[in-house]
Ligand binder design. Structure first.
Ligand code: EPZ
Length: 453
């Protein structure tokens, strides 16, 4: 069991480098299952979800070589994967994105047998749209001994429409369709940056996917994914995009705590909706582009009062305000000097962390799908060394929200269950400490059942 101990109320200054995108990495690693040659992935974030999915692939027969000179690079040789069955139930249950193995194995073998996924359980997370997409491509779905089993005599391209828009189902449909016979058209497709990253990776390997990043994705099935077909002899390697939500979390952190930080390695285009909200709170956001560098830099400074947002913050699929930023932004707004409203329009209920924020003094009214966040006289308050305020990280983004609230609150905040934050943020303690935050991780042993991680 790990917890963060934060002595809040300290301004942040300095630079932070953003890691590779978790949600791109956890889709692209399973996509390697479809490839016919080894490939190297670069800029993988060093987070628990990535180690888990790599372990699952190893367990399935892939060879995974970590680059000794670059901890963010891994070469995966998928040729040892000879079965469509995944048997490491415990590992699969540790994360949500393990369900991308369904699309990948179905695409490779025409069959898949995968245990049920786990992951953050902030509300009910159905997979009916994934199954419907697989069925449309010609697979038959069965639930056998609690495993998700898909069988087919070969997949055939088709039209797939999603309602509601689903990131995971769009990714699974792409994975299944990429080697299917003929054309697949996905309408009402999700447009998140990691969908485009997945399509770019697969196209680099030899797939034919057009218009990823729009509502309508067109896929023409190919027989092989062998990487660039030229004879240049260049290593087959692909670099994962920067993590939009990690960048947004550091923006929210400095807006909450005050100070000025430089956030390196971002794609500003992916951050538009987040930057708009951060700017509304009174922080100054500046994008710096350098034609000689692939990624951009953003500086965020908050020197004056922290204001609430006049406009409602409403989550929606990309390019709207991301639901994964909703808990961190609520924590930021809870420290502001005027009222804000946050509406959650992607998930049916993603407010279970609100009672934890109230422990730090936050005044938040919860309605069905919205929060009214009131200013708190004197700001959020942690406790003393002897009597800290203890809050729980109930899931990954809820945990990020607790860290942000702890940075804003004067006094000591302890965030229990740091394991959830480690699932998706690389070295958050090291990165925040380098910015001047007073945060440390305490590890203590407890006889506990961690199987629900
Ligand atoms: C992805 O989850 C992300 N996870 C989530 O981030 C993120 O919150 C979510 O997209 C929305 O942006 C990964 O990429 C690994 P969805 P996903 O399918 O794919 C409904 C994080 O913190 N729906 O786009 O599971 C569903 O109930 C994680 O990094 C169905 O009805 O989300 C929801 O209302 C948490 N049936 C909406 O669609 C289905 O079969 C969007 O969910 C699937 C989804």
């Amino acid at each position: 069991m790990d917890k963060y101990v934060i002595n809040g109320g300290k301004k942040l200054f300095g630079e932070v480098n953003i890691s590779g995108a978790k949600n791109a990495a956890v889709a692209i690693i399973p996509a390697v299952v479809l490839c016919d040659v080894p490939c190297k992935l670069r800029n993988l974030p060093n987070i628990r979800d990535v180690s888990v999915i790599l372990s699952i692939l190893e367990n399935m027969g892939a060879k995974v070589d970590r680059d000794p000179t670059d901890p963010s690079a891994v070469t995966i040789d998928p040729r040892g994967i000879t079965s469509y069955k995944v048997s490491c139930d415990d590992l699969v249950a540790k994360m949500r994105a393990s369900y991308y193995l369904l699309g990948a194995l179905l695409g490779k073998f025409g069959k898949a047998d995968v245990p049920p996924p786990g992951g953050c359980k902030f509300c009910k997370r159905p997979i009916d749209l994934h199954i419907r997409a697989f069925e449309a491509l010609g697979a038959e779905y069965k639930d056998i001994d609690d495993h998700i089993v898909l069988e087919s005599d070969g997949l055939k391209g088709t039209e797939i429409n999603f309602d509601p828009v689903s990131v995971g189902a769009t990714i699974n449909a792409i994975l299944a369709a990429v080697k299917a016979e003929g054309k697949t058209i996905i309408t009402s497709a999700a447009k998140e940056p990691h969908i485009v990253d997945l399509a770019n990776f697969l196209n680099y390997m030899g797939a034919n996917i057009k218009k990823a990043g729009t509502d309508e994705i067109k896929i023409t099935g190919v027989k092989e994914l062998r990487g660039p077909s030229d004879d240049s002899g260049e290593e087959i390697s692909y670099t994962i995009i920067p993590d939009q939500i990690e960048a947004g979390t550091y923006m929210a952190a400095v807006a909450a705590a005050g100070g000025e930080i430089t956030i390196n390695n971002v794609t500003a285009q992916h951050l538009r909706s987040i930057m708009k909200v951060i700017t509304e709170t009174g922080a100054k956001v500046t994008v710096i582009s350098d034609p000689n560098r692939e990624y951009e830099t953003v500086t965020v400074a908050r020197r004056g009062d922290l204001r609430g947002c006049k406009n409602q913050v409403i989550t929606s699929p990309h390019p709207g305000f991301p639901t994964d930023m909703q808990p961190p932004i609520t924590a930021l707004l809870a420290a502001a000097n005027s009222t804000s409203t946050v509406v959650e329009a992607v998930w049916a209920n993603r407010f279970s962390y609100v009672p934890e924020l109230r422990k730090l003094g936050a005044e938040i009214d919860e309605n069905k799908s919205s929060l009214t966040i009131h200013p708190v006289a004197g700001g959020l308050k942690g406790g003393t060394r002897k009597k800290p305020v203890s809050v729980r990280a109930l899931d990954l983004r809820a945990g990020a929200a607790m860290v942000i609230a702890g940075l804003a609150a004067e006094g000591i905040t302890e965030v229990e269950d740091a394991k959830y934050v480690k699932r998706g943020y690389e070295d958050i303690v090291g990165k925040l400490t380098a910015l001047g935050a007073d945060i440390r991780m305490v590890t203590y042993k407890e006889i506990t059942d961690d199987s629900d991680e």
